[in-house]
Write a protein that binds this ligand. Sequence first.
Ligand code: ADP
Length: 271
Amino acid sequence: MFLRGSKDKGIPSFGDGANTNAIIYASQVVKTYDTGTSKVQALKGVDFAVQRGELVGVMGPSGCGKTTLLNCLSGLDGVDGGQIWLEGKDLAKMSDKERTTYRARRMGFIFQVYNLLPVLSAVENVELPLLVSGVGSKEARTRSIAALERVGLDQWAKHRPAELSGGQRQRVTIARALVNNPALIWADEPTGALDSKTANEIMGLLRELNEREGLTCVIVTHDPGIGDRCDRVVRMRDGSVVGETGPRVIAEAEAIAAAAAAAQRELVASR
Ligand code: ADP
């Protein structure tokens, strides 16, 4: 599944088979935290690739490196080894400013904690990042209302977070993550603070956005119910990727098995 990049040019071979549409392509990522008194190797040479339009879960026991992986691959945190390409761009070759701009324009983030400003209404919270990045107030408002529509919350645009349920608040953060029309959404335990029914609804919304709009999404979760609804689940343990499961993995395996069986039949028939 994972294809190594061209060492000569320092870019991944996107023209190759499975990685034609790779939006994230990471090779041998190493991250060590040094607290002064101790060193923790949180990522021990992780390979990770995501195709455009995939909904990928990252699962594993607490402390195995899921959040670190998300932070490193999105460029929020630096790495100590390995290479990361996002949409074919080498993260290491970007300046801090380029990385920040790229992140603001091409990525959206959803966290377990909503990080909504209590004094602002839903629409004001959604438009804040646009205003900060210099978008005019009229355009920011139009785009924010449209983002709230995408998550089914336009009727609640004028309400403040305290007047919204947990699920509605998380929908506001999803609208805020979508408002820039990012290429990629990173979600870190997006349903961790929600009851199971609401968690299911939020996952349903992410799935719907993925299927309707082709949204690419990487979801860190410990909830097997969320993992079951991803195309693919990458499993981590102790700083390493230890396997993959999920409907897409099974479908790919079945397609390979079917092709092998067909080739076998052809061979027998030709004898
Ligand atoms: P997960 O998201 O799977 O729970 P994390 O990525 O948060 O795991 O953590 C991976 C390992 O790195 C853990 O051992 C954790 O204690 C350690 N760690 C995470 N962040 C820091 C940090 N800022 N400083 C030191 N150690 C850290």
